[in-house]
Design a protein around this ligand. Structure first.
Ligand code: ADP
Ligand code: MG
Length: 294
């Protein structure tokens, strides 16, 4: 294609809400054969809601939600926003947190009333913080996850405090977008830091067979590299800080418009609407501009 054709293509993209970093990106977009999709905030709305609170013995439900909201207040993760609004809806007392630290793809920590509170992915809370929840709490967390919930575990000064289940809503256009990506000849992969149950629920609903769950942010980049080593041309679509490395490492990074600045900065294309159908538009636009479809 001539430079003029490429400029016309990128111009047409911006009319469609597809912001393309530079004309050369269209060539990458045309050659993609595999599309890796993040779950939370990409296939799902990312507007999560608390669906259950399971305090440890001797802890009240309000205390559990209050501590969770205190340490999650500083995080922009969809799970954190759900917990903060859940606390507001329940009118739970939310204490102040200090020394807040966010661990992308894992959880958060902070000091609340002089105690170290951690909230996050069950494997992280148990492995990284050496928390041992009682057997019934572990069984309950497994059952919630198998049911498709995202599970957040909490601990205070090394003691298990309870778990909060959070649910997500699949975007109304995700299934259609996946079907159309397949029709364009692309192989879709679901890649998520969330548990296998939550991943399977979303994968089944949108029509994806290739699912990789429980993946760390570094693991997301590794998954991209593995696909590339197998000879695939890989697009990654994501919204979170946890997706940034994978977005940058993919042959084509596409960020959701409502996503984090880190995801947008790491990407070649920003989909302003956050609608996955825009990925279909982007690929069709690239193929048209470069003359591979009529
Ligand atoms: P995804 O890949 O689906 O976008 P992430 O990699 O962001 O998910 O997160 C993976 C898991 O880590 C989440 O499902 C959640 O269990 C946990 N997690 C991440 N951030 C937080 C947080 N701020 N608070 C609690 N848990 C979190
Ligand atoms: Mg995400």
């Amino acid at each position: 294609a001539t430079p003029t054709a490429l400029l016309v293509g990128t111009g047409r993209g911006s009319q469609l809400g597809i912001l393309i970093r530079g004309p050369q990106v269209l060539e990458q977009t045309r050659r993609i054969d595999t599309i890796v999709l993040d779950k939370t905030g990409t296939l799902t709305t990312g507007e999560m809601a608390v669906t259950g609170a399971f305090p440890a013995e001797g802890v009240s439900r309000d205390e559990l939600i209050g501590f969770a909201a205190a340490v999650e207040a500083g995080s922009e993760h969809p799970v954190a926003r759900a917990i903060v609004s859940g606390a507001a809806a329940h009118r739970s007392q939310v204490p102040d947190a200090e020394a807040f630290t966010s661990h992308a793809g894992f959880g958060v920590q902070g000091i609340v009333d002089g105690a170290l509170v951690v909230a996050g992915r069950p494997s992280w809370v148990q492995g990284e913080w050496s928390i041992q929840p009682p057997a019934d709490a572990l069984a309950n967390a497994d059952a919630l996850a198998a049911d498709g919930a995202t599970v957040v575990m909490l601990a205070r000064d090394g003691a298990y405090l309870g778990a909060i289940a959070v649910g997500d809503t699949i975007k109304p256009t995700s299934a259609e977008a996946v079907a159309r990506l397949k029709a364009l000849g692309l192989h879709p992969v679901l890649l998520t830091g969330d548990n296998a149950g939550a991943a399977a629920r979303v994968a089944a609903a949108v029509g994806i067979d290739d699912v990789r769950a429980g993946v760390t942010p570094a693991g997301k980049l590794e998954a991209i590299r593995d696909l590339q080593s197998a000879g695939r041309m890989v697009a990654m679509v994501g919204d979170g800080v946890n997706d940034a490395a994978a977005l940058a490492g993919a042959d084509l990074g596409m960020a959701m418009g409502g996503g984090t600045d880190a995801a947008i900065a790491a990407s070649d294309i920003t989909l302003v609407s956050g609608d996955l159908l825009a990925t279909v538009d982007a690929i069709r636009l690239a193929r048209r501009t470069l003359g591979t479809i009529k």
